[in-house]
Design a protein around this ligand. Structure first.
Ligand code: ATP
Ligand code: MG
Ligand code: MG
Ligand code: MG
Length: 476
């Protein structure tokens, strides 16, 4: 099944069950705690937080997401894209656990001829929060799942909150067993590549107060109106239904990977390191395309810097594959043709996208040239003084001013028989990261979600009892 069909099947299924289809929000979000939308629920946060009345009781969407946290995973796991699409169904004070579970089960397992995805029910595993015995019994009853395939997990994996006072609650995730070729037996707690998570159901049931991290905060009580937020990874479902190894090989990304291999004159599948690079290129070119389409421009901070890193990493990966000519002009049109059927804006904005990407690649190529001169001079100095190692400060300068990733510096230094003081480099990088984190904390502190309205509702409904605290914190 093509990704575009999986997408429309989802929307049709939930529309037929009373959900309003809501278009994807643009990737750059006004949410002050985020750079980009990273989950389907983000545009709905004000409704969940009680800041605005929800316009519908039920909604469904396919939301464009960018997760910067996952960038390092790209190409190395089978399942993390820096850009991906999250299909979701949402209930604002309407249905709750039982229906959410029943819908997810029905759509996942009903035959393709009847509008479902036709996954083999015998290969589906789920996780529940260890305190959430209600969900366990729903999975048994509604899906007929045996207890062995309903796995208990703790707060880290199966408890959701926004990280600020407001709604929170247990989650339940669906996994598909891809079989022994993909890893070890034993369920999702053992191997998350073999057992691929494809859908997460969040049951917003409680209200939490202020406190550190995911746990350790007080649960104030049950929410007066409980909500459902779910996220099904579109590319993950496509990976499963198209029977491919990983999400960079589905119909929306494989053509870019293929073109990159052609340009570089390598064969995908011949060398594991080159394969990772090809997957990085396929992923990053698409992410770059989608970010540019939504109006982010390459720059030196915030959103622009994320985009710059992504585009440069794509170019750099092509270089490492042996292709040194301008690459984006060859690859972006392929990504455009993959994405335009679902996102016509990508085709409309393409001339601008191509121009911005081209300028960014030119700038990177010229930094590379200048950086190479700086590097060569520094290497010559090291050799003259009889040293063997390039100072960390030089590697940091190359990174910070010339946009040289450390692996590029290492490689180019090694070509000339010189090592790099990695410890010194890492120390300087950590200092810089610490500064960035302090900035992010300042931004977050200034922009915590306002839950005044939620509090007003709670006040009106009187104090609630403290059951949640006991169940959540004492069972383990
Ligand atoms: P994982 O544990 O595999 O990293 P997650 O638990 O972080 O996934 P959720 O936050 O629960 O993911 O997001 C909901 C769904 O979105 C997931 O079940 C998955 O199908 C999909 N998803 C999450 N992150 C990615 C990603 N980086 N690329 C593609 N799909 C993703
Ligand atoms: Mg994750
Ligand atoms: Mg997970
Ligand atoms: Mg999850």
């Amino acid at each position: 099944m093509r990704t575009a069909d999986i997408r429309s099947r989802f929307l049709d299924f939930f529309a037929a069950r009373g959900h309003t289809v809501v278009p994807s929000a643009p990737l750059p979000t006004p949410d002050p705690t985020l750079l980009f939308v990273n989950a389907g629920m983000v545009p709905f946060k004000p409704y969940f937080a009680g800041e605005a009345p929800p316009p519908w009781e039920r909604a469904t969407s396919v939301q464009k997401c960018v997760r910067t946290l996952d960038i390092e995973e790209v190409g190395r796991t089978t399942r993390h894209g820096s850009f991906f699409q999250m299909n979701g169904n949402f209930s604002f004070g309407d249905y709750f656990k039982e229906e959410a579970v029943a819908y997810a089960w029905e759509l996942s397992t009903s035959p393709q001829a009847e509008g479902g995805y036709g996954l083999d029910p015998a290969r589906i595993w789920v996780t529940v929060h260890h305190s959430d015995t209600e969900s366990r019994s729903i999975w048994r009853r509604v899906a007929g799942l045996p207890d062995e395939r309903i796995v208990d997990r703790g707060d880290e994996d199966n408890f959701w909150s926004m990280g600020v006072p407001g709604p929170c609650g247990p989650c339940s995730e669906l996994y598909y067993d891809r079989g022994p070729a993909f890893g070890r037996e034993g369920g999702p707690a053992v191997d998350e590549d073999r057992y691929m998570e494809f859908w997460n159901l969040v049951f917003m049931q409680y209200e939490r107060g202020a406190g550190p991290g995911k746990s350790g905060y007080p649960i104030l009580g049950e929410l007066p109106r409980r909500n459902i937020d779910t996220g099904m990874g579109l590319e993950r479902m496509a990976t499963l239904l198209q029977g491919v190894d990983n999400l960079y090989e589905i119909d929306e990304t494989r053509p870019v990977l293929q073109r990159a291999a052609e340009l570089a004159g390598v064969r995908y599948g011949a060398d594991p390191e080159a394969d990772v690079r090809l997957r990085v290129v396929a992923d990053h070119v698409r992410t770059g395309l989608m970010l540019l389409a939504d109006g982010t421009a390459p720059g030196n901070e915030g959103r622009g810097y994320v985009l710059r890193r992504i585009l440069r990493r794509a170019v750099r990966s092509m270089r490492l594959l042996g292709y040194e000519d301008p690459a984006l002009a060859e690859l972006l049109p392929v990504a455009r043709d993959c994405m335009a059927p679902s996102y016509p804006e990508v085709a409309d904005a393409y001339p601008r996208i191509a121009e911005q990407a081209g300028a960014e690649e030119d700038a990177f190529r010229s930094s590379l040239r200048q950086g190479t001169t700086v590097l060569d001079t520094a290497v010559a100095r090291v050799k003259e003084s009889g040293g063997r190692s390039l100072p960390g400060a030089q590697a940091f300068l190359l990174h910070d001013t010339y946009g040289f990733p450390i692996d590029l510096t290492l490689e180019m230094a090694a070509e000339q028989g010189v090592e790099v003081d990695r410890e010194g480099f890492t120390a300087l990088m950590n200092e810089q990261r610490e500064r960035a984190r302090a900035d992010a904390r300042a931004r977050k502190a200034g922009g915590a979600v306002d839950t005044t309205a939620l509090r007003t509702v709670l006040d009106a409904h009187g104090p609630t009892d403290w059951r949640a605290w006991d169940t959540l914190e004492t069972e383990s």
